[in-house]
Write a protein that binds this ligand. Structure first.
Ligand code: MN
Length: 293
């Protein structure tokens, strides 16, 4: 059954609110896509609060996708990379990496999405790695611009390295249009509407909402209005249980506790040169429970 999901507003740091569309109680994952934060648009001094100092990750890939502005990525394997709108920043944490995400020197505004992609068991203990893709498949159909940042669609393929079958497509309409998008019927999908309005199979999706679609259909009809922008995510249903706490994606509480302990004691994650003051892990105040599936 399809569903329409409102993101919850949550703080990534004191006073820094984002819309979190994944995970929610209604929907935990779309394929291996396991996290979606929408931040901004923000201008002026408010942008500074989105500079996030060094913090650790395990078990996931972070995919940063800016709509406007600029961030500066630094990580503990030595990567230093400016991130601009329309470029894919893809960090694979594997067994552990730390990074900082600071406001870029030329940013006039900041607006973007950050996704996490859960790594499968076979890859989640790999060494960390980093990719940046400024060149991605981009095309235009009438008044609609497409950019394929992850996966394959209609004979095109993103160069981004992912470890389970996934799709990530950015769509921006400069005028009203009716789109007919081919789907992989083995994928579940979700459409996150960043701005504007869309109608999908007769359902109106309000801005900043996620519309999800189980596996099965081979096409998706979307009516977009002028200046609508959305991302379409897809993936083969992820069949491994996930336990997510703070910046860690794991399988059981012991792994989370060990990763937190390593970070607090300066082990395993390395150092982010010039990244600023490392962020302390929150207390493990919740009793972590193993996931139910
Ligand atoms: Mn991060």
């Amino acid at each position: 059954m399809t569903s329409l999901i409102a993101p919850r507003v949550t703080e990534i740091a004191p006073g820094v609110a984002v819309r979190r569309a994944l995970p929610t109680r209604a929907l935990r994952t779309v394929g291996a896509w396991c996290f979606l934060d929408h931040f901004g648009p923000v201008q002026g001094e408010g942008m500074r609060r989105f500079s996030i100092g060094p913090h650790p990750h395990i078990g996931l890939q972070t995919a940063t996708w800016l709509i406007a502005g600029e961030l500066l990525h630094r990580d503990s394997i030595g990567s230093v990379q400016r991130i601009r709108a329309g470029e894919l920043n893809l960090m694979t944490a594997g067994k552990g990496i730390a990074h900082s995400e600071l406001l870029g020197p030329d940013a006039q505004q900041l607006h973007g999405l950050q996704f996490w992609i859960a790594l499968p068991d076979a890859r989640r203990h790999d060494a960390p790695s980093f990719e940046h893709h400024a060149t991605l498949p981009r095309w235009r159909e009438g008044d609609v611009e497409f950019c394929l940042f992850v996966g394959a669609l209609a004979g095109r393929a993103s160069p981004a390295t992912v470890h389970t079958p996934l799709l990530g497509l950015d769509v921006h309409a400069t005028a009203s249009a009716t789109l007919r998008l081919p789907l992989d019927p083995s994928f579940e999908h979700a459409l996150y509407l960043v701005s504007g309005t869309v109608q999908i199979e007769g359902t109106s999706v309000p801005p900043e909402h996620l519309w999800s679609l189980p596996a099965g259909p081979e096409t998706l009809h979307v009516e977009v209005t002028q200046d609508a922008r959305f991302v379409l995510l897809g993936g083969r249903p992820f069949d491994q249980p996930l336990l997510t706490w703070w910046n860690f994606v794991a399988r059981d509480p012991a792994e989370i506790e060990a990763a937190r302990d390593d970070w607090e004691h300066g082990r395993q994650f390395g150092v982010v040169a010039d990244g600023g003051e490392p962020i302390k892990a929150p207390p493990l105040d919740l009793k972590l429970r193993a996931p139910s599936r």
